[in-house]
Design a protein around this ligand. Structure first.
Ligand code: ATP
Ligand code: MG
Ligand code: FE
Length: 347
């Protein structure tokens, strides 16, 4: 099916168009520069930016794909989780668009979309899919027998998300927002073994699939403070590389372990942090050593975009999942297990 997907859960206005597993357009307008001076995403600013960018971004995607709106088979939109006001703009736009075109509407889960997007890169996902989801708000190991209807959390972070840790450490280092890409860049010039930062929840009595990044973040902040207090220069590249190594070491170790324990021969990594160069390299090496096929989409498909929403919408349609009703509302805390928001029974 030819599906248009709309994503507005955070600060990216994303509109993507796919035909089945084929990516036709991926238009993204980001308001990140407007948030940078506040050191984080400001919800009201994000909502207004979505409102302004929505129609032009839809038009840009249609043009890029070379399709007419009336040829679409359906419209998908992120129903949650995310910022309530930001989600609302996308849901309202998708509803209006689908209704006017007389096409079905699918309110889908942002997190399942971060996984399903890999179908645009590597074709049909294996079933079950083992996924490491690492983003600004989430870090989890998920086993999905069916990405459109059955996603099971094996473990998740008990405090900060991986992306959140990148953002917070970047702030302590005065590197700006968002922190992931800039730490990734600095780390390339640094020594990952320069400082041994703690690996959270890797003790023999710790939960095997859960993560913790709050202690690491604090350890990094303390290390930097001690340096500054002593009047010494902070070796930014070494701190970035050592911090990053601690994060990706734990992520890849636990993900490979989850594959082995569950007899799964592949690993999918999705979400904004999956764009990280070192995570991709270490995951590739450890998966190869363990005989696991690694699936990570290109970086642009890892961070928030509309194509991932279209990909999940297309899969919903292909599998005959129930469309959403015109009463669809955004759910800022939609759980990862709710892959989409179908119309209530009998409506
Ligand atoms: P969620 O998907 O949990 O709702 P989100 O949509 O805000 O959260 P994403 O857009 O998926 O998050 O990811 C953004 C996060 O990814 C930010 O924390 C950002 O710092 C991080 N990130 C982006 N690029 C990189 C990178 N190269 N290395 C590490 N982290 C990165
Ligand atoms: Mg973002
Ligand atoms: Fe996201």
């Amino acid at each position: 099916p030819l599906v248009l997907g709309i994503e507005t859960s955070c600060d990216e206005t994303g509109v993507g168009i796919v035909r089945g597993h084929t990516l036709l357009a991926d238009a993204v307008a980001s308001s990140v520069d407007e948030h940078a001076r506040f050191g984080g995403v400001v919800p009201e600013v994000a909502s207004r930016a979505h409102l302004e960018a929505m129609v032009p971004t839809i038009e840009r995607a249609l043009k890029e794909a070379g399709v007419r709106a009336r040829d679409l088979d359906g419209v998908a939109v992120t129903a949650g989780p995310g910022l309530a006001g930001a989600l609302l703009v996308g849901v309202a736009a998708a509803k209006a668009y689908a209704y006017a075109l007389g096409k079905p509407l699918y309110g889908v889960n942002h997190l399942a979309s971060h996984i399903c997007v890999d179908q645009l890169e590597h074709g049909a996902l294996p079933e079950p899919t083992m996924a490491l989801l690492v983003s600004g708000g989430h870090s989890a190991l998920l086993l999905a027998p069916d990405i459109t209807s059955d996603v099971r959390p094996l473990g998740s972070t008990i405090d900060d998300a991986a992306g959140e840790a990148f953002d917070k450490v970047a702030r302590v280092l005065h590197l700006g927002f968002p922190g992931g890409p800039v730490i990734d860049r600095y780390a390339r010039e640094g020594d990952p073994a320069a400082i041994r930062f703690p690996r959270g929840l890797t003790g023999s009595r710790d939960p095997v699939y859960d993560f913790s990044f709050s202690g690491l973040k604090t350890a990094v902040a303390r290390w930097i403070e001690a340096r500054r207090a002593a009047g010494e220069e902070v070796p930014v590249a070494d701190v970035a590389a050592s911090f990053q190594e601690a994060v990706v070491d734990v992520l890849t170790r636990k993900a490979v372990r989850a594959c082995a324990d569950n007899g799964v021969d592949h690993l999918m990594i999705g979400g904004g942090v999956a764009a990280n160069t070192r995570l991709r390299a270490l995951a590739a090496r450890r998966c190869e050593d363990a005989g696991i096929t690694l699936r990570v989409p290109r970086p642009k498909l890892c961070t928030d975009n509309g194509a991932m929403v279209a990909a999940l919408g297309a899969e919903m349609m292909a599998r005959g999942r129930t469309a959403s009703s015109w009463g669809l509302s955004a759910d800022s805390s939609l759980p990862v297990t709710e892959t989409h928001v179908p119309a209530p029974q009998g409506s």
